[in-house]
Design a protein. Sequence first.
Length: 142
Amino acid sequence: MERLGETSLRVYMLLLEEGRALGVREVQRKMGFKSPSTAKYHLDRLVEFGLAVKTRDGLYKASEHSSKPPILYAYTTLFGMLIPRLIPYAVFFTVSTILYIVLSGERLNIIVVFFGLLAAALFWIEGLRFTILLRKIRKMKK
């Protein structure tokens, strides 16, 4: 998997985010490649590594039964977007803490609020760090 290459990784990320089969020319346009043969080369590499499958009509889509490249283990797709897995946890702890503060009224326990805010902050910080890393991966050799 370490031999996949940066550009092939970006093509794989495109297939994951699109969530549907794409043609060679469509990948070429979306990735900004100068020729369709470049897109075909990277798509064929993904098929070779088992990360993509070629459909009967010649389109390529991300394989549903393959393991992701290790660099993408920390990410998941949600509504067609590749996001860090920590972001849903950050949202959960943020919403839970806010709901606790709003609904507890006079019985507010400051320790519960402290740990809820601490957990939310840690998940947000780490989630944003992974988001920045994802942006750097997308910008590699564009």
